[in-house]
Design a protein around this ligand. Structure first.
Ligand SMILES: Cc1cc2nc3c(=O)[nH]c(=O)nc-3n(C[C@H](O)[C@H](O)[C@H](O)COP(=O)(O)OP(=O)(O)OC[C@H]3O[C@@H](n4cnc5c(N)ncnc54)[C@H](O)[C@@H]3O)c2cc1C
Length: 326
């Protein structure tokens, strides 16, 4: 929904729900703090405020964008997560001048959606900024089929959004980007949307991890070393299905299994197993009243796909907003 928020389709309030109220309703205590280190042996989590002890720990901290240690990224590049960063990015785009250059780093689903949304935003205010999508790989949307890639490429080119593949960004400054080739590009605003990397928290914690640093869990979503630690969403890699995409679809489906297994572990019952679905429906907002749909070998670019995306996203958010109200 972030791309829709950029275009003005959704208000900020439609993208969020009151997490504190939701916790209260669930009988959970909410502590606003950043987890800095997990110690499985001591069963403690160090936060920026205090040390918290646990009997069972469930981790769902999402992912960090790939390459945030690239010089200048922390100081000069915008991101879209958490939501407060997306709000900052939208505000920054709105203050740009007509001749501005914008670079979107990352040609995955998020990068393409945000590039198209920013194009729509700026063309509503002025004639449109100079937008470039930079992708280090040989192709954009690497996890999608050829027909989706072709349709996305066509849509970007038609709008004059430049696409640069095999373009590794090695430095970002306030108005420039340096590529691995030594080439410099003007960039008055840089958005860093490079896909999921393991959270920094894990590098500081003695947890079982895969080579990329994600928490390695078994088919019950429990840490593979058997410690009383569970995990779900982008921050985990499933030992038996290591190629499971890091998208919200899987995080959401893991949730009921996770809840069951946490309760089962504390109550001495049998856990359930989680088997990820082999395919997922992908819907990319192209900011023109249409969406790109990808399901197995099927691809289309249509208004119906946008309608479906809008319906699914709004229904998902409403479910939680309603739960808090009732
Ligand atoms: C622009 C964009 C569009 C997307 N569109 C879709 C889509 O249409 N469909 C889809 O299925 N997926 C989509 N995704 C992917 C989807 O957002 C993620 O897969 C999903 O949010 C993962 O859920 P999660 O709960 O694992 O992590 P997150 O949603 O990232 O939540 C993790 C939370 O943990 C908090 N946190 C992180 N570190 C710490 C710490 N150390 N201490 C305390 N809290 C911490 C974060 O602030 C955050 O609130 C999109 C992603 C982006 C960037």
């Amino acid at each position: 929904m972030v791309a829709g928020y950029f275009q003005g389709t959704y208000a900020e309030s439609e993208l969020a729900f009151d997490l504190v109220a939701l916790c209260r309703r669930a009988g959970a205590r909410f502590i606003e703090a950043r987890a800095e280190r997990i110690d499985p042996a001591e069963r403690t989590v160090d936060t920026d405020g205090a040390r918290i002890s646990f009997d069972a720990l469930s981790i769902d901290v999402g992912s960090d964008p790939v390459g945030t240690d690239t010089p200048g990224v922390a100081e000069h590049a915008y991101s879209v997560r958490p939501m407060t960063r997306a709000i900052e990015l939208k505000r920054a785009v709105m203050t740009l001048e007509a001749s501005s250059s914008i670079c979107i780093v990352g040609g995955g689903a998020a990068g393409i959606e945000i590039a198209l949304a920013i194009h729509r935003m700026t063309s509503n205010v002025f004639r449109g900024a100079d937008i470039t999508v930079l992708e280090r790989d040989t192709t954009i949307l690497a996890e999608y089929g050829n027909s989706v890639r072709q349709r996305a490429t066509h849509t970007l080119r038609k709008l004059g959004i430049r696409l640069r593949t095999k373009a590794l960004v090695t430095r970002v400054s306030h108005n420039e980007i340096l590529l691995g080739s030594g080439e410099k590009l003007r960039s008055d605003l840089t958005a860093w949307l490079t896909g999921p990397a393991a959270p920094e928290l894990f590098a500081r914690s003695n947890l079982p991890k895969n080579a990329a640093g994600f928490l390695l869990v078994d088919d019950t979503l429990r840490a593979v070393d058997g410690s009383p630690i569970w995990g779900a969403g982008d921050c985990v890699t499933l030992r038996d299905f290591p190629r499971t995409p890091k998208t919200g679809v899987y995080a959401v489906r893991e949730a009921p299994v996770l809840v069951h297994n946490l309760r089962a572990a504390l109550g001495g019952e049998r856990p359930r197993t989680y088997i990820p679905q082999p395919h997922f429906l992908a819907l990319l907002n192209t900011a023109d009243g249409k969406a790109l749909l990808h399901w197995r070998s099927l691809a289309s670019h249509s208004r119906i796909a946008w309608w479906l995306k809008d319906f699914i996203d709004r229904a998902f958010m409403r479910k939680y907003q309603k739960l808090i109200r009732d």
